[in-house]
Every structure is written in C-alpha cells, then in structure tokens.
Design a protein around this ligand. Structure first.
Ligand SMILES: C[S@@+](CC[C@H](N)C(=O)[O-])C[C@H]1O[C@@H](n2cnc3c(N)ncnc32)[C@H](O)[C@@H]1O
Length: 220
C-alpha cells in the first residue's frame, strides 16, 4: 500500500462482503439494489454519446458487479476490464468472469502496468473516509484520480459524498463543490460535468480530456 487512506475502505468493504455476500450491501452500498443501480447508471452515463465500441476500466471494481449489471442491460459495445487492490475481491471476480481481465494491485505504489482505456469509472472509492482526516483523504483522492486519468483516453468518472446534506457525517467524504471543480479544472481531464441530479446524496464527476463534441454530431 502506498498511503494510508486505502486500508480502512478496503478492510471495511471486505468485512461487509464476508457479512452480506456478493450483493450491493457486500460492496459497501446501503439502502437498496435500485439505488445501487441508479448510481451505476450515472457512472455509465460517462460513455453516453459514444459512436462505436469502447474500452472501460472499472477502477475499484470489487467483485465485478458493474459487469453483471452491464450484461443484464445488454451493453455489448463496451469492453470491460476490472482493477482492485483487494485480493479477495479480485479472486471472486475472476471466478465469476474467467474470460475477463482483472488487475490486482495499487496504482500509486507502482504495482501495476496498466494500458490506456477509453473510459475509467471509480465508483465508491471516495464516498467513505472512515477515520482518515479530511485533508489526508483529499490528498489521496486527488492523487489517485490524477494517476487514473493518465490511463484514460477520453474520460474518467468518480463520486464523492454531497456537501448538501443536513446530516454531515464524520466518516463520509463530503467534498465542497468549489474544491471538486478546482481540482478537476486543473487535472489532465479538465472538461467536466458535475452530476448532482439524483437522490443519493452524492456528486458524480464526469471529467474529459477534450471538450465534448457539439450536440448535433452526437447520435440521439
Ligand atoms: C465501496 S467499494 C465499491 C466497489 C464497486 N466499485 C461497486 O460499486 O460495486 C470500493 C472498492 O474500491 C476498492 N479500492 C479502494 N481503494 C482502491 C485503490 N487504491 N485501488 C483499487 N481499488 C481500490 C476497494 O477494494 C473496493 O472494492
């Protein structure tokens, strides 16, 4: 491990998996499968407007539930690859999908030789911070997203917990919009949209390397 913020998240996800099994609760999500699917839809919207087959890296893939979801939706123009730092999750994912590539390791520790992907999604890596101080989590989040961006040809999506709540929790990573926008605007993928239009008390960022094309050139 390269720095401290990983272990609390990884350990708590693995504990939840051992308690609940391979379902949304076992990947650290709460409330319902419908909420979890909604969150995944917002992530997948990163690739909306694609005009042909694309490659996708699911960074922090857990047991590969996003791939199950994509297959259920018959999304077959996206070539999926997973990556996680948890040995347990990658073992489960490889058993479920023996024909799919899953990388195991910590990008920041230089443990991975990753190729380029068209798109990268990072779902649930920055919503929880456990006992890690806000500034430390903030530095980690920015380092990891920046490192991931260097492997994205087109764009990256990630989510954080919303600051617009009346119940802010010490163990969640509530990121002010200005901090979020300032970071992304100075990143390798500086063209971005902020999704805060769904009911899950979080913000999803879609960040692109180049400006998105004019609407009239996109398929409807
Ligand atoms: C809340 S779970 C979400 C799993 C999956 N993305 C989903 O939505 O079902 C967070 C995942 O991120 C992984 N993770 C945390 N830090 C990571 C890192 N630095 N590199 C790769 N994976 C990481 C954890 O092991 C865990 O599988």
């Amino acid at each position: 491990m390269s720095d401290t913020p990983h272990p609390p998240l990884v350990e708590s996800c693995e504990e939840l998996f051992l308690e609940h099994g391979d379902n949304y609760l076992g990947q650290g999500w709460t409330k319902s499968q419908a909420n979890t699917d909604r969150r995944r839809d917002v992530m997948l919207d990163l690739m909306k407007g694609r005009t042909g087959p694309v490659t996708l890296l699911d960074f922090g893939c857990g047991t590969g539930q996003l791939l199950e979801y994509m297959r259920a939706l018959h999304i077959d123009d996206v070539e999926y690859t997973g990556l996680d730092v948890s040995d347990l999750f990658i073992r489960v994912a490889r058993e479920k999908f023996p024909d799919v590539q899953f990388h195991l390791g910590d990008l920041l520790a230089g443990e991975l030789e990753l190729p380029m992907f068209d798109y990268i999604v990072m779902n649930g890596l920055f919503t929880y911070r456990g006992p890690v101080a806000f500034d430390e989590m903030s530095a980690h989040w920015q380092r990891l997203v920046t490192a991931a961006m260097t492997h994205a040809r087109i764009g990256v999506a990630f989510n954080v917990t919303s600051p617009y709540v009346d119940w802010e929790r010490d163990d969640l990573f509530h990121v002010p919009m200005q901090l979020l926008a300032d970071f992304v605007a100075a990143s390798p993928c500086p063209y971005f949209r902020l999704r805060h239009d769904y009911e899950l008390f979080e913000t999803t960022v879609h960040a692109f390397r180049e400006p998105t094309p004019a609407r009239r050139t996109e398929p409807s």
